[in-house]
Ligand binder design. Sequence first.
Ligand code: SF4
Length: 282
Amino acid sequence: MGSDLAECKVCFRHCKIDEGKYGFCEVRTCKDGVVVPENFGRLTAIALDPIEKKPLNRFYPGSKILSVGSYGCNLRCPFCQNSDISWGDQVEFSKLEARYVSPEELAELAEELKSRGNIGVAFTYNEPLIFYEYVLDTAKLLKKNELKTVLVTNGMADVEIVGKLFSYVDAMNIDLKGFTDDYYEKLLKGNRKMVMNFIEKAVKHCHVELTTLIVPEENDSEEEMDALSQWIASLSPDIPLHISRFFPRFHMEEKDATEVDVIYRLKDIAKKHLHYVYTGNC
Ligand code: SF4
């Protein structure tokens, strides 16, 4: 019994997946007894974006980056801004519309776009670590061509598994969505410790900026921001933090947007510990 279940160890869930079935993230599947990302190279979005849109404010400012996304996610944030590709009813349509782009094709496209100011590829929109194999294959090709690899990620992955990416990734924006276990576990269905561990390792390898979305009455206290920014400063006070304003959407449409005053007050608190604090959506 259960001998043909394969275990995925990418994130804390350690999903046990039957042949042809999927893990919680809806992309990692069991094929011939091995866990693989069904969405390898299957892209739902592709755009040439300003690097500041990732957001990365202190990594090649003024440049552009070819930004790509697939589908699926290993979190369940009720305020997801990309719910049509990450999780929810619309994801099945995204899967059908996804277009296969091989690592070689993506690296070639990034090279062609150099003339338009492109510096590399950003894996963004949905969670890239759940198809880290595709990111890795592409990043190796980009490095050969002196192009950059960027991840925009929730950081909820085991560094023992995805750490092989670190030698190839040049920059990351990682969500540190809040600073209590309760918030991560109950609202987001995630694991804060795993994210913190990922951030600790990532800052040793590449340029890292962090983003915290402030949701009213969930993670908007001054005490929480003080603790969060103090912890970041313990890694380095030079790590940039983006404090971002929530807008009602997806399963949180009934909630009001975060007051702009709250964002600026929290920015002042973070500035007590960190050198670079930015506001988003204000
Ligand atoms: S990455 Fe996906 S399949 Fe793997 S443990 Fe996490 S949710 Fe499960």
